[in-house]
Design a protein around this ligand. Sequence first.
Ligand code: SAH
Length: 206
Amino acid sequence: MVGAQLRARGIRDERVLAAMSHLPRHEFVPAELADRAYEDGPLAIGLNQTISQPYIVALMTEKLNPGQDDRVLEIGTGSGYQTAILAKLAGAVFTVEVLREHHEVASELLGRLGYTNIRTRLGDGNNGWPLHAPFDGIIVTAAARELPERLLGQLKEGGRMIVPVDDERGGGQRLRLVRRRGGLAVDIEEGVPVRFVPLVQEAERK
Ligand code: SAH
């Protein structure tokens, strides 16, 4: 997986490559899909949600570039796989999931794997996690309609956020990488096209 899918496509950060070669991805997928865990694509984890393709996890992590003392907020815990990769690289990871079942399964697994620098929370990620803000980095692993302003407000000055955003030029989504400067978001680069499940708004779930 690391050689053929990540290095071959240009992932260069050795910390990211090491984290991804050490983490047992098969633990994060349903038992019946364990033999497909290292395939080059997303996999269904139940309730219409997916664990992201390994390359996308690596790409987003490399672009977020968390330092070893950084505090990172993740929106969309899902399987907990991206959470665990971040926890190997950052000082502390705070992750929010809106679906109770995923929150519970991921929390149990991350605890069992021995992580002590992860805090999980059940709730609407659109609100971020004010109690632990501000963060050095924020990663959103579900697609937002537009840049989530409320999350930007929980970033430190100079902090980075990576988020898939609906492409206003029609169809699909693109990764956006922004840096907070003077309370505003400064785009760092034009992102690659991606396909994430939508970031739900709390009101839509009723
Ligand atoms: N990072 C995950 C990918 C999860 S898929 C992994 O590595 O497995 C996206 C997740 O975002 C789903 O679990 C979905 O329930 C969650 N999600 C969607 N909208 C959300 C919201 N408003 N707040 C928190 N989580 C949300």
